[in-house]
Design a binder for this molecule. Structure first.
Ligand code: NAD
Length: 358
């Protein structure tokens, strides 16, 4: 299979973790006989320094010409005095928009080896945590109109509109059902259908899409307030959670933070047909940049998501995830996940250890 992958290393620890991600992809290509071609492009602060723009047009074109995009992280104190569209983060929002990425997939998985980092009680953790939050990314209350501020009855009054049409719900539901088929086959759709008209349409469309196209997947529904509670009470009950932009923003952060290991968590953003974007959920960690201390595992696990979701290479994805698990089992740790009895290693060595086990 021919794979063109665009690399956006970005800032801070971005280049270090990217290097390890690319080495893993190269190892997979060699072992499984795939033809991978890499191009580099600028984003964030690195792009501002060279071109004055956090998302140069050449970067957008390079991404669009690729089958998948791997991103490190953007931002840092050097560019903190910039505002709005000039900031490094504007590059990130811009590329998501340019690629039409409407679905954000965030797995929150607790590796049993890192259970001591988890914020939940050991008896809850014992049941395991392996949740995938599928969040709608381009609609809902963050983008709905009308939105703004005006004076009503002499009082400053602000308003936003939560809006979804049936097609927006259908396409995110399909992403969630497809994802569930590659996991343990259960989807929980989260809404607020007891209060919101948008949620009632959401629930109706998810239910119909399930009946028409994915009867083999198990579907349940849950109100968002209950879902927030159940995630900390018993996260093991969830496989895939699908929800709108606002609820997904909150629940995906909640799900990931309970695992306690920001350096371990990958993500994928998918669009309709074009390239997907794969990135760790953490930022550019300027405090440890350039010191060979960064944990590359979130980026390496993002390459596994790329292999699975952009290229349909399940065996290859599992080989990467299995290698990560073996390294953790053998006791190797970067500083952020270091525990008693662990062997401290740097970013480079962690990458080597994973590569050796693929
Ligand atoms: P951060 O995620 O960069 O760092 C938070 C803490 O976690 C730091 O102590 C950092 O050292 C640690 N950490 C993060 N990733 C790590 C890794 N892979 N290995 C080891 N330790 C790791 O968040 P922040 O400090 O709030 O933000 C720093 C910069 O990153 C800011 O400019 C922010 O805007 C940007 N940011 C970018 C993204 C992105 O590119 N997607 C996301 C969040 C923040």
């Amino acid at each position: 299979m021919e794979m063109r992958i665009c690399l956006l290393a970005g800032d801070g620890i971005g280049p270090e973790i990217m290097e390890q991600g690319v080495r893993v992809l190269e190892t997979v290509a060699g072992k499984f006989g795939h033809d991978m071609e890499f191009t580099d492009a600028l984003i964030g602060g690195a792009a501002i320094d060279k071109t004055g723009d956090p998302l140069p047009q050449e970067t957008v074109e390079a991404c669009k010409a690729a089958h998948a995009v791997l991103l490190g992280a953007v931002g840092g104190p050097r560019w903190d005095n910039l505002t709005g569209a000039e900031r490094p983060e504007a590059g990130l929002l811009g590329i998501r928009k340019a690629l039409g990425l409407f679905a954000n997939l965030r797995p929150a998985k607790l590796f049993p080896e890192l259970a001591s980092a988890c914020f939940l009680r050991p008896d809850i953790v014992a049941n395991g945590i392996d949740v995938m939050v599928v969040r709608e990314l381009t609609g809902g209350i963050y983008f709905g109109t009308p939105a703004g501020e005006e004076t009503r009855d002499g009082l400053r009054t602000a308003f936003n509109t939560m809006v979804y049409n049936e097609e927006e719900v259908r396409r995110i539901a399909r992403v969630a059902f497809e994802a569930a088929r590659k996991r343990s086959g259960r989807v929980c759709s989260v809404d607020k259908a007891n209060v919101l008209a948008v949620s009632r349409l959401w629930r109706e469309i998810v239910t119909a899409t399930h009946a028409d196209e994915f009867p083999d997947v198990e579907l349940s529904h849950m109100y968002v307030d209950n879902a927030a509670m159940q995630l900390v009470r018993d996260p093991s009950q969830f496989d895939v959670i699908v929800t709108g932009n606002l609820f997904g923003d909150i629940l995906s952060d909640e799900a990931s933070v309970i695992t306690g290991s920001i350096g371990m968590l990958p993500s994928a953003s998918l669009g309709a047909g074009g390239p997907g974007l794969f990135e760790p959920i953490h930022g550019s960690a300027p405090d440890i940049a350039g010191q060979n201390k960064a944990n590359p595992l979130a980026t390496i696990l993002s390459t596994a998501m790329m292999l699975r979701h952009s290229f349909g290479l399940e065996k290859e994805a599992e080989a990467v995830e299995g290698a990560v698990q073996q390294v953790l089992k053998a006791g190797y740790r970067t500083g952020d996940i270091m525990d008693q009895g662990g062997t401290l290693v740097g970013c480079n060595t962690m990458g080597n250890l994973v590569n050796e086990r693929i």
